[in-house]
Design a protein around this ligand. Sequence first.
Ligand code: NAP
Length: 277
Amino acid sequence: MTRLLTGKPMSDALAATLAPRVAKLSSRGIVPALAALQYRPDPSARFFVERIQRAGSRLGVRVLPQEATDVAELYATIERCNADPKTHGVTVLAPLPPAVDVAAVMERVDPRKDLEGLHPYNAGRLANGKPGFVPYTAEAILLLLRDSGVQLQGARAVVVGRSIVVGRPASLLLMYENATVTLAHRGTHDLTSLTREAQILVVAIGRPGFIDAGMVRPGAVVVDAGINATPDGVVGDVDFARVSSVASAITPVPGGVGSLTTMLLLRNAVTAAEQLS
Ligand code: NAP
């Protein structure tokens, strides 16, 4: 029987740990606040902002949507957020203009307010194994694996996708758990042979249903970080129906990794508020 690794129970448990931290800040007159920056109106970014606003209002974390119409305005907004003592953190929502990458944008954010863990200061600390803000999707992947009791120590793990947002930090987090990790990308030869070796297979590539059952080792644990809007709804990077028949455990999409990320972002905002005040 294939186990479903769902994110909601852990998200609820995390929310319960945040409530007293928010209350303690509130007793000192501090309301944790994060700025959610959008570049031009975009339906998927608006959807994400509304989701964090709803979760934030339940917890007492203020979410401040900001919209920029050009890159200069985006950078000016970041400067204002950096300088504003009542804004404790910044997140920048995809999509960005094609010529601007998220790393370049996050480099302008005060690293103490870098809730995405993408500023070189935080990315460097992760690379050096030091505490700091960690990209929350990568952290969600690790937490789901840990929570499911999957043996990470000594496991053969393959991460497909090497973005700084998901695959690369996920591979570091797995390596710190003493898994033996291979990071695959478009330059990888014979991806199927590689993925079939994986006891733990993590996928973050942005290609709907790309990983099929033939690419998965029987009994593997499969974590799908993909979120792809298709005419049939939101699907992951893994062919869930087929891969479920060979994996021992798998994250659904939606309901897996993505259902934990909102709470981790809010948790980071609370941490930033604590550290800055
Ligand atoms: P990205 O920046 O576009 O990176 C995609 C990565 O996948 C790249 O490293 C690319 O390789 C690799 N790749 C693409 N096609 C491949 C193929 N055929 N074989 C092997 N590797 C391939 O994407 P991302 O930001 O990491 O996002 C990946 C997915 O995760 C998307 O579906 C996105 O929506 C989702 N996501 C989810 C969350 C969440 O909260 N759950 C957060 C962020 C992203 P190269 O480096 O060689 O180009």
